[in-house]
Design a protein around this ligand. Structure first.
Ligand SMILES: [Zn+2]
Length: 340
């Protein structure tokens, strides 16, 4: 088969590699129904944390189980399944506490390379969640979104303690920020302020339930949020970028006692201790434990209560994956869906 490989900055190739096989008895092999390019894939694509040798790419996936290893008990061939970007056993003490992305045996799915027609999923029973039946084609983009960006936006909203009546600020208007808006709306927030400068993303944010748009950034952005919240700051802030500026903007936009969910992959962020001390905010972030939320998210999608698949504004055949990366890198697309 052919799969996606990153050779170096802006050098993505779709090339021959061996079809994945069962290696451990707890593995499953999926035939991918749809996969996509993640905002976090753009960091190595742009040469930040670039790989030293060619690496397979892709960690978002859904598809049909082709084959399972001898110790897989619950996942069955023929099922349509969704999994997280970290495989997890879902049984260790950390998983039991709901932090499956930090499972003692967590396996990053990026190592397997989901931007391909077939994918090996380790720890299949702990990782994969089956849909009630075979989904219709129009549900597939939303189910794929649950694999990472929706699960991550949901975790961010949960970590930010979003609840009815709260004022929420979302820093970052990529797919995760936008689905943070959708999640926040589902959790009953009263006011949802999105910090965005892009017209197409603002439009989708409003569709997902945002009530206000702020275009200013940095100190000016913080001043705007303070103006809108009686000088107090927001109850809950979602940070979905991962830079020093976005992190400080998030902390300074939060009122004392408020909560921040930070899910942008941190790059070069250093927090000033003394400012953090007096900010008196709750901080919870990291790679989202998507597995914790998958059953609920699949249910919401299945019953058409949410349509997170709207974040995909470009669909390409998998063999045009390089164009999918380019379009996101150049901000011509919010998120690229890839069809094998
Ligand atoms: Zn575990």
């Amino acid at each position: 088969m052919k799969g996606t490989t990153l050779y170096g900055p802006r050098d993505v190739r779709f090339e021959d590699r061996p079809e994945p096989k069962i290696i451990e008895p707890t593995d499953a092999i999926l035939r991918i129904a749809a996969t996509c390019v993640c905002g976090s894939d753009l960091w190595p694509y742009r040469g930040i944390d670039a790989p030293k040798e060619p690496v397979p790419m892709g960690h978002e996936y859904c598809g049909i189980v082709e084959e399972v290893g001898s110790e897989v008990k619950h996942v069955k061939p023929g099922q349509f399944v969704v999994g997280s970007f970290f495989a997890s056993d879902n049984t260790c003490p950390i998983c039991q506490d709901g932090y499956q992305s930090r499972c003692v045996d967590a396996r990053p799915m990026g190592n397997e390379g989901a931007q391909a027609p077939y994918l090996r999923v380790p720890l299949a029973d702990g990782t994969l969640v089956a849909t009630p039946e075979m989904p219709s084609n129009d549900l597939v983009p939303s189910l794929l979104a649950a694999s990472d960006v929706l699960g991550t936006g949901w975790f961010a909203a949960d970590a930010a303690a979003v609840a009815p009546g709260k004022t929420v600020v979302v820093v970052g208007d990529g797919a995760v920020g936008l689905l943070g808006v959708l999640s926040t709306k589902q959790m009953g927030a009263e006011r949802i302020i999105v910090m965005s400068r892009h017209a197409d993303r603002q439009k989708l944010a409003l569709e997902f339930g945002a009530t206000d748009i702020v275009t200013e950034r940095g100190d000016e952005g913080v001043a705007r949020i303070k103006d809108m919240t009686d000088g107090l700051g927001a109850h809950s802030v979602i940070e979905a970028v991962g830079t020093q500026e976005s992190m400080m903007q998030s902390i300074r936009s939060t009122r004392p006692g408020g909560h921040i969910g930070f899910v942008g992959v941190s790059h070069g962020v250093e927090l000033p201790g003394r400012e953090l001390f007096f900010a008196e905010v709750h901080l919870l972030g990291g790679p989202a434990p998507v597995r914790r939320y998958l059953p609920n998210l699949i249910d919401l999608i299945w019953n058409e209560q949410i349509n997170p698949g709207k974040v995909f504004d470009l669909t390409l055949p998998l063999d045009q994956v390089a164009e999918g990366y380019r379009a996101m890198d150049e901000r011509r697309a919010i998120k690229t869906l890839l069809m094998p």
